[in-house]
Design a protein around this ligand. Structure first.
Ligand code: OOG
Ligand code: NI
Length: 463
């Protein structure tokens, strides 16, 4: 730990995450109801599955479970995105991964800001899925110009937030009181604004092009559009949501239910229709806007490139097997197709490891520590003898097909379109002002560090 007298970025992130959650609960009470339901189901699941509770405890996951949430925002310009990157850096969050959603009919590309080291993730796994609107995909040139003009005129950060970001950059950190002020000021960027910056007519034009465009361009800032707690049993929460007056989308995105969860399963409830005020030439007029929703997620093992390739292939197979009938229309059929396609994905920890499909974190057992210092041993025999144990590394990222499904269910079916394949990571990184971090490198490092710690503790060579 550096003795600089600066606040720890991990603590700033934890504080910010809690402040954001409190703000969103006040703004969208249904999110508070969802949090309660998720906490209840998590308690029940842990009580019913002691082995799961133990695995979470030993991986340091249990303490962070109640803290765990992600959010999402959408911004309109390169400058907004680049400044967000600087703002998130104050909290130890870096842009990880590149997601192209244009090919799924959503005119954005995205990254996830998050902590990158397992020790930091344990303190606060808070992450923000951040999308940049792609104005170049708006085909109506006049509208594109209107959008660009509106975006150029707005400032989504407070002056104090900008000053504190700069201070963090020049002095290398923020003092505790500066960090406190930073959390308050940064939060302002994500607040909901009832009053649009555009007239009702302009709003309808933007909306007519794509609902998402209106959402990004017509307001003062990139309001947080959902916060997502982590559940240990997504099927159960999905089933119970209607009993709390929450209507979930029909299909859970991601892999099917499995004994050994992999990657990420997600479901959401529909965006709320909220009253807004338009800035008409003759004064304010009222209207409505739907943008904000709730979502839950269940996280499983992070997959290696080989595991991920298999996942992508089997998901594509299940979708092809739908033969054009949308999954939403017959969720049971889709669920059966998904289960069938994933039958060829190994569903136990040993096979995932043996076939190199998932990343693992290794740790010495008490027995292993008692026998430390015996020199050269190989990983497999230490595992077999019970001197080492391993757990899959938890997936910390997102899935582009799932994200598109979440976007679409909240944008309404009329928003479905196809912008073709427009992945343009270089353009995104240029807007961001830096390259995105490769998530596979992060998982590989986490696995490597755990093996190095085993070597040090057991006095053996494993690598
Ligand atoms: C983001 C949708 C994607 C997720 O968890 O995959 C997402 C958005 O609607 O802005 O939140
Ligand atoms: Ni989400």
């Amino acid at each position: 730990m550096p003795t600089t007298g600066f606040a720890n970025p991990d603590d700033i992130r934890a504080r910010f995450s809690q402040a954001m959650s409190a703000m969103y609960q006040a703004e969208v009470p249904l999110y508070g109801d969802l949090l309660e339901l998720v906490a209840e189901v998590n308690r029940e699941t842990l009580a019913a599955q002691p082995a799961l509770a133990e695995a979470l405890r030993s991986g340091g996951e249990l303490e962070r479970l109640d803290e765990e949430r992600h959010g999402a925002i959408r911004v309109g310009s390169a400058e907004e995105l680049a400044t967000l990157a600087r703002l998130f850096a104050v909290m130890g969050m870096q842009p990880v991964g590149y997601y192209d959603l244009a090919s799924a009919g959503v005119p954005v590309h995205s990254t996830a800001f998050r902590a990158v080291h397992e020790d930091s993730l344990r303190i606060s796994p808070f992450r923000v899925f951040t999308s940049l609107l792609r104005l170049e995909l708006i085909d109506d040139l006049e509208l594109r110009a209107l959008a660009a003009d509106l975006l150029a005129k707005r400032q989504i950060f407070t002056a104090r937030a900008l000053a504190l970001i700069e201070r963090h950059e020049t002095q290398g950190g923020l003092t505790d009181s500066e960090a406190q002020a930073f959390v308050t000021e940064a939060l302002e960027t994500f607040r909901w604004h009832r009053q649009a910056t555009v007239s009702g007519d302009q709003y309808r034009q933007l909306h007519g092009q794509h609902r998402l465009i209106a959402d990004v361009v017509a307001f003062k800032g990139p309001h947080i559009n959902h916060l997502t707690p982590r559940t240990l049993d997504i099927d159960r929460v999905q089933q119970l949501m209607p009993t709390r007056g929450i209507e979930p989308k029909a299909v859970i995105e991601g892999p099917p239910a499995r004994r050994q969860p992999i990657l990420l399963r997600q479901t959401s409830f529909k965006a709320l229709e909220e009253q807004v005020a338009f800035n008409d030439p003759q004064g304010l007029s009222t209207g409505s806007h739907t943008a904000r929703f709730g979502e839950i997620e269940q996280r499983g093992a992070a997959l290696t490139p080989a595991g991920r390739a298999l996942y992508d292939q089997l998901l594509a197979k299940a979708q092809a097997d739908l033969a054009g009938v949308p999954a939403e229309r017959d969720p049971h059929r889709y669920s059966a197709l998904l289960q069938a396609a994933f039958a060829s994905f190994p569903d136990d920890v040993e096979q995932l490891r043996a076939q190199g499909l998932a990343w693992f974190r290794y740790a010495p057992t008490a027995q292993g520590l008692a026998r430390a210092g015996r020199g050269r041993e190989d990983l497999e025999s230490l595992l077999a003898q019970g001197d080492l144990r391993c757990e899959p590394v938890v997936y910390e990222d997102f899935l582009p097909v799932s994200a598109a499904g979440i976007f679409q269910s909240n944008l309404g079916s009329e928003a479905r379109g196809d912008y073709g394949s427009h992945a343009n990571r270089a353009q995104f990184e240029q807007a961001l002002g830096r390259p995105v971090v490769d998530e596979m490198e992060l998982y590989a490092l986490t696995q490597l560090r755990s093996l190095q710690a085993c070597e040090a503790q057991l006095g053996v060579r494993l690598l």
